[in-house]
Ligand binder design. Structure first.
Ligand code: AMP
Ligand code: ZN
Length: 112
């Protein structure tokens, strides 16, 4: 499949890996928007948050478990932001579900 995140999971495109298990892969975003900016992705190709359903919700729950684990390991002091962009209006640029884990600075609300 011609998906850059699937290629990262398969090692065909290099990445700066933070965490990996049988379901989830996490790596540093190439364009850091905060002192910590990590992408957490499922190994299964799910297009976006709009495609979460009964068949894959357990993977998504596990992704959040991994996010909390990474945040603890990186000592983000229980304060961080998790963002997912779904579809064109939200600015999704890679059609493989990913949660941005952002930390290490203050964030404004609402986002732009
Ligand atoms: P989004 O715009 O929400 O779909 O997020 C896609 C993210 O993937 C952006 O923040 C990009 O900087 C990031 N990205 C794209 N290609 C790579 C890559 N090869 N390695 C790491 N991050 C990437
Ligand atoms: Zn993919």
């Amino acid at each position: 499949m011609d998906c850059i995140f699937c290629k990262i999971i398969n090692g065909k495109i290099p990445s700066n890996k933070v965490y990996e298990d049988e379901l989830v892969y996490a790596f540093y975003d190439i364009d850091q928007k905060a002192p910590v900016h990590i992408l957490v992705i499922p190994k299964q190709h799910i297009v976006s948050a709009a495609y979460i359903d009964d068949s894959n919700a357990q993977i998504v729950a596990h992704m959040f478990e991994v996010i909390a684990k990474i945040a603890r390991e990186l000592k983000l002091n229980n304060s961080f932001r998790v963002v997912t962009n779904a579809g064109d209006s939200a600015g999704q640029t890679v059609p493989h579900l990913h949660f941005h884990l952002l930390g290490g600075r203050d964030f404004s609300w609402p986002p732009g």
